[in-house]
Ligand binder design. Sequence first.
Ligand SMILES: [Zn+2]
Ligand SMILES: [Zn+2]
Length: 283
Amino acid sequence: MLPYQTLEEAAAAMGRNLTYAETLWFNYSADKSDYFLYCHNTILLFFIYSVVPLPMVFLELARVDRYKIQPKARMSVPEIFRSYRDTMLNIGIRTGLPLPSVWEVLAQLVVYFIVEDYTNYWIHRFLHTKWGYEKIHRVHHEYTAPVGFTALYAHWAEIWVLGFPSIFGPAIAPGHMITYWLWMALRHIESIENHSGYDFPWNPTKYIPFYGGADYHDYHHYVGQHSKSNFSPVFTYCDYIYGTDKGYRVQKRLFQKMKDEMKTGGDQNGGSYHNSTQDLKSD
Ligand SMILES: [Zn+2]
Ligand SMILES: [Zn+2]
């Protein structure tokens, strides 16, 4: 969506008249959201895959073999139509009956979460290198105290790259479309909860072994660019095994100590809370 209401306003902001192409673009995109414009990719690709192969298909049907690489390989009209249908309609995920059992779904979801967590851990560590952070990951870290809506707030390249860990699991252990929907829903709900900014003691996720949760990821955002802690998106064991949770654990101990002191010593520790957390920002 363009931040101008009229062509005149856009021209004034740019300090010159718009070109013909820019005028066309303004007229088309000015009142459409960025997300809607992005969704054009799907329609564009559908159109390209439907139209671009057509000239060669006509040559195939007309038996014009002069430039054909494998002249003996012939396809009939039904075979060509089937290849188009298989490409455009079949995405390789099972949709038929019988539906998977609850145990099959649960087992696959566990695999998907473990694969996602491990792969995402290393990509996230790469994004905290100097190049990765400055070029890509700093966008996601603009929010040092995130809220649920910021779960997907990131550079487009980060969203693209972090899509791969989400499909590795289904690629390794293919499931039904229902399982895939459930996986995508749970994965995003988990990410929204991680960025919610609230740590509820009655949250059912507290009963999942090695689960990080909002408190765990919130610390990563709180420290920001120089964070060397809490790279895992879901569980805590990768950070523990590779030694990247030290700052977080020190902070947890400090917070617990301060809570205990506040319980027993009244308000005498009121000033130390802020100072201690600030020190850990340089972790
Ligand atoms: Zn980060
Ligand atoms: Zn985050």
